[in-house]
Design a protein around this ligand. Sequence first.
Ligand code: IMP
Ligand code: MG
Length: 177
Amino acid sequence: MTQPYVIDQMISAKSIAARIEELSREIKDTFSDAEKLVVVGLLRGSFVFIADLVRELDMNVEVDFLEASSYGDSMESSREVRILKDLRGEIAGRDVLVVEDIVDTGFTLSHVTELLKTRKPKRLETIALLDKPTRRETEIKATWTGFEIPDEFVVGYGIDYAQRNRNLPYIGKVRFT
Ligand code: IMP
Ligand code: MG
């Protein structure tokens, strides 16, 4: 069980949509010579973001998912990353974009990119909707970031607190009452 809390809006659905349009232009530019782009969503937090992002990418895309463990139901990173569900497809020699919801300590994204690089993709880039730079404990920085946010616990737009609030259309911060 979680303590009672309210959610204060931090980033509106409209701002998210506008930012995704900008980012998708940069992604199309970067991968303009790609015959096909493999878009890898990190489950579960990226499912809304990846859905909106791929619909802005008018190019050949393949969608795949990977699930890494980290938080469980707590608000703290476990620092130990395990792969719970691997990709279905091969990425050797292919153009790959890894899609993450939030980069916090950075352990998840850094572990996942290290793993995927061992499979020898032609090119591997990363995008995170949110970044909390003050929380970083690793060197990693996503190629593209939607929004930098302060050290607040956020929910919505696919992101949960103990599996709740993923269905909010905006990003909000959790405030305990
Ligand atoms: P990292 O490995 O510490 O960078 O954590 C990344 C993962 O932790 C993200 O993919 C999220 O699933 C989760 N996470 C980090 N910050 C938050 C937050 O504010 N709300 C909900 N989940 C978060
Ligand atoms: Mg996640």
